[in-house]
Write a protein that binds this ligand. Structure first.
Ligand code: ATP
Length: 314
């Protein structure tokens, strides 16, 4: 089992393995603003962590190694390009210690799915190595390192439901009375590249073929307070959806199939190709997931709920 260092032990770190669970994210609202001088788009987003998890285990070692199983095993490089390795090295550099650990990743979040799986793994690695090494950084310090690794990484440390601004790295929690929302996540075959989706949106905007931007998060935040899934369903929105549909036209059939199965609304998650559907309760999510699978419009449809916690030692 995992061992959590207490205050007194933090300098020593953990002698046993540290296991961290980290969720996937969806965007309830993904407003894409203008392209900035640094190459990022200005975002206005509401992140939401859902119950599809990757798990990262960190053990003591004499060098830095990474192994993996599950989604993307055999496809994803395990070298210095992997976000897990990059996160471990970033934490080591920040705290001035060697990046020595044996890391193992169990992946359920699909690659390049628009669910921020790579960012989730980076967040899990920061939390796991901080405990393994006893570096004892605060969540806010970890979030600062996280922001350099990727725009979605700070949110995946926090989890829950949160507002994201800047390029998405500036995160503030949305405080609402606890409610669980029930989703169906339709995972596609193959991924979509996030930078290509942004380029496609820019192209569609240049040619006047993009829908009007969804704009402010006000209606979404008001809907979250009402705790009625039908109200939330009406205001879900994603500016990148037009780009994802243009790059992967078959997603239109996936979205239609979910809605005809009785989902309250369906949207593309992030840059896609995963589609997510809001349903009225857990039973309905099971039923819609079954119908989507039977309709053959996705590789796999699974029920999930949110919000859930961010990267946590378990
Ligand atoms: P986002 O929603 O943040 O755009 P995504 O879910 O579309 O992300 P990811 O799976 O996070 O996509 O990763 C996109 C790319 O990042 C992958 O295709 C891969 O090349 C690279 N990558 C590096 N490390 C990882 C990792 N640990 N898991 C997944 N992808 C990784």
């Amino acid at each position: 089992g995992a061992w959590r260092p207490d205050e007194d032990d933090q300098q020593q770190g953990a002698s046993g393995p540290v296991r961290v669970r980290v969720p996937a994210k969806i965007n309830l609202h993904l407003g894409v603003g203008p392209l900035r001088a640094d190459g990022y788009h200005e975002l206005n987003t509401v992140y939401h962590a859902i119950s599809i998890h990757d798990e990262l285990t960190a053990r003591r070692g004499d060098t830095l190694t990474l192994t993996m199983e599950g989604e993307g095993a055999g496809e994803l490089a395990l070298d210095d390009s992997n976000l897990v390795v990059r996160a471990a090295r970033a934490l080591a550099a920040h705290t001035g210690r060697p990046a020595h650990a044996r890391l193992h990743l169990r992946k359920q979040i699909p690659l390049a799915g628009g669910l921020a799986g790579g960012s989730a793994d980076a967040a899990a690695t920061l939390v796991a190595c901080d405990a393994l090494w006893g570096t004892g950084l605060s969540r806010d310090e970890l979030a600062t390192i996280a922001a350099d690794l990727g725009s979605d990484v700070p949110f995946l440390i926090h989890g829950g439901t949160a507002l994201g601004t800047g390029r998405g790295e500036a995160v503030s929690p949305v405080l609402v009375r606890p409610t669980s929302w029930h989703w169906v996540v339709a995972i596609a075959d193959g991924g979509l590249s996030t930078p290509e989706a942004y380029r496609e949106l820019d192209r569609l905007r240049d040619t006047g073929d993009a829908p009007a931007p969804i704009g402010s998060t006000d209606a979404l935040l008001a809907a979250l307070r009402q705790r009625d899934p039908a109200v939330l369903a009406a205001v879900l929105g994603n500016d990148l959806q037009a780009a994802a549909l243009s790059m992967r036209p078959t997603l239109a059939a996936t979205l239609r199939a979910g809605e005809s199965a009785g989902a309250l609304a369906g949207i593309v998650s992030g840059s896609g190709p995963t589609c997510v559907f809001l349903t009225k309760d857990a039973d309905d999510a099971e039923r819609v997931a079954g119908e989507l699978t039977a309709a053959g419009v996705c590789r796999q449809a699974r029920p999930a709920h949110g919000p859930v916690a961010g990267a946590r030692i378990c």
